[in-house]
Design a protein. Structure first.
Ligand code: COA
Length: 209
């Protein structure tokens, strides 16, 4: 049966977005920089066929993914990556729609098969909600196929701060806007990501020495 696309839209209330997230100490989460389109493409290409289908809500070619990744790290977009031993294994993309609709953004999530169901997607959802709030995004759209239970389970974890509407639209996220605390939390998370990456690189170098 063909999958039907659904827009998952989630309403965000003022609350700590990290509370519902799991934590994984296996890897490091940090934002990707524009020069990392190749790493993003490699990660998306590693997704199993089902996951690739769910991520892009349909079948897409390898060439499409390579072109997509090049465009994904454009100015204004925020892409968090989860790295294990220096390899990008999961990503959360936040793409504002543009200056005409500055309060609207699309988000997308991808976790490679062996790492699914261990809390990474939930953690990345928290980071994405925080980044959206801090950029004045009021409406976040996650496109997902209607039977994507994992994505729906993640959204439900944030129900304390998210209001859901069911029907064609699964949920709606309207951002409460940045606060000094939410801005500080993103800065602190970025700092942790930077330190984690340095330590990760050091341990890789030690292992290969
Ligand atoms: C969807 C995706 C991002 C979720 O990431 P993840 O790291 O696997 O998710 P988490 O481990 O944080 O959470 C998954 C939740 O779904 C639940 N779950 C898993 N399979 C389920 C199922 N068949 N039915 C209901 N819930 C299910 C898990 O129990 C878990 O909830 P819990 O933590 O309360 O137990 C990831 O699986 C993925 O990349 N899928 C392919 C791409 C995709 O679908 N992207 C989303 C659209 S953009």
């Amino acid at each position: 049966m063909p999958h039907r696309n659904n827009n998952m839209r989630i309403m965000l209330h003022r609350k700590n977005t990290d509370e519902a997230a799991h934590h994984s100490d296996q890897g490091v989460i940090r934002k990707l920089i524009p020069g990392e389109a190749g790493a993003l493409a490699a990660h998306l290409l590693r997704l199993e066929p089902d996951s690739r289908h769910d991520r892009f809500t349909g079948g897409v070619s390898d060439a499409f993914i390579v072109g997509y990744a090049r465009h994904a790290l454009r100015p204004g977009s925020v892409v968090h990556g989860w790295f294990v031993d220096g390899t990008l294994r999961a990503a959360a993309e936040l793409h504002p729609y543009g200056p005409r609709t500055p309060a609207l953004a699309e988000a997308a999530f991808s976790v490679e098969g062996p790492f699914q169901n261990s809390g990474i997607g939930s953690e990345l959802m928290g980071r994405t909600i925080l980044a959206a709030r801090n950029r004045g995004i009021r409406l976040l759209v996650v496109r997902c196929v209607v039977d994507n239970r994992r994505m729906q389970a993640i959204a439900r974890k944030y129900r304390a701060e998210l209001r859901f509407e069911f029907g064609d639209v699964v949920g709606e996220l309207a951002n409460a806007g940045p606060t000094p605390l939410s801005l500080a939390r993103e800065m602190i998370a970025d700092g942790h990501g930077f330190v984690g990456s340095v330590l990760d690189l050091q341990s890789q170098l030690l292992r290969s020495a």
